[in-house]
Write a protein that binds this ligand. Structure first.
Ligand code: FCA
Length: 339
């Protein structure tokens, strides 16, 4: 079994450290040079396997279509704004971005416009000064409410299978409402629980300070402390790391895997969890399509630059596959993420 990401991640680190201020080797855009089209791919959390996978697929699109991809890690606003200047200096004509903060949307859009660059968002949509999604910026992402709803439905089905009594069970929603896609996912999951008969007053919120595993761990830990009477927990979260953080918190408080059901979202950040010798409270994950997120967005911007074909304003991908310890390798293989 070979993880196709490992090679990609190593290449990325190299680019992140050397790629922004130098002309990439062998890619001169000087008169008479090869004149390859260059586009950027900026991501907020390069340490997350989700984004490494997106990058790897975008790189595949670049290799197959003869354009150059400049991958830049932009964990904060300053780096994101600087990245646009760097891209412009490198002669890039467009970029795909998953912004570190959706409220930076207007500033990033203005900067791109000044640099005459075409761009679209992936995963997280820009929010305008009125607090609404900037609907004029082309976007491709998953359909957050639907996928969250699917996660909630699956957790409830597993709870029923285990025969847990509702009065001994509670759900902890590891939430991050500042990010619309996160809020919609956890709202969708909550709606599914309620629609399936789960008591509304046994669904507790655990607001995260940061969207990573430690952020979720801390928040869920507080939630568990506040409700010591609960025997079985459902852990709801916006992605794999949110659910993994929650599951780690249950472990820290002595819950056995048999008393915890967590279903993540992404399917990319839980491979080591599934390789553990025994089942943990992380029951499964909804595998999205990092292939489409990475490849399709890179291609859309490439065609926009090359042929002037503007991407659709909204592309929401609704399909996701439940992966568990039993089928994760087969499903990842189908997406070309494992050999
Ligand atoms: C957001 C999350 C990522 C991934 C992506 C599709 O950006 O932070 O983990 O779920 O949406």
């Amino acid at each position: 079994m070979k993880n196709l990401l490992l090679g990609g991640a190593a290449a990325v680190l190299l680019l992140v450290t050397t790629g922004c201020d130098k002309q990439p080797a062998g890619a001169s855009n000087a008169p008479g040079g090869s004149e390859k089209i260059r586009i950027g791919f900026l991501v907020k959390q390069p340490e997350e396997p989700w984004f490494q996978t997106e990058w790897a697929f975008a790189q595949k699109a670049a290799d197959e279509n003869g354009f150059e991809l400049i991958k830049i890690a932009t964990p904060d606003g300053e780096k994101a704004l600087a990245a646009i200047d760097n891209l412009a200096a490198l002669g890039a004509k467009g970029f795909v971005i998953c912004t570190p903060d959706v409220r930076l949307g207007p500033a990033l859009a203005a900067k791109a416009q000044m640099a005459g660059m075409k761009f679209m968002t992936v995963d997280d949509q820009f929010v305008g000064p009125d607090g609404k999604i900037m609907a004029d910026v082309p976007h491709l992402g998953m359909s957050p409410w639907d996928i969250g709803h699917q996660a909630g439905t699956l957790e409830l089905a597993e709870m029923k299978k285990r025969g847990w009594k509702p009065e001994e069970t509670a759900a902890c929603v590891s939430s991050f409402d500042e990010l619309d896609t996160a809020k919609q996912r956890t709202d969708g999951a909550t709606a599914a629980l309620i629609a399936g008969g789960f008591p509304k007053d046994r669904i507790f919120q655990a607001p995260n300070k940061t969207t990573d595993l430690p952020g979720s761990f801390d928040a869920v830990n507080v939630c568990l402390t506040q409700h010591p009477e609960v025997k079985h927990w459902l852990i709801v979260g916006m992605n794999d790391n949110a659910v993994l953080g929650g599951v780690r918190a249950t472990e820290g408080r002595g819950f056995s895997p048999a008393d915890v059901i967590g279903i993540g979202i992404n399917g990319t950040d839980c491979q080591s969890e599934f390789q553990k010798p025994a089942q943990t409270g992380f029951y499964g994950s909804l595998l999205l399509s990092p292939n489409r997120h990475g490849k399709e967005t890179a291609m859309l911007v490439y065609r926009w630059v090359k042929d002037g074909v503007e991407p659709p304003k909204e592309t929401y991908i609704k399909s996701a596959t439940l992966i568990t310890r039993d089928n994760w390798q087969d499903e990842l293989r189908k997406q070309g993420m494992l050999q």
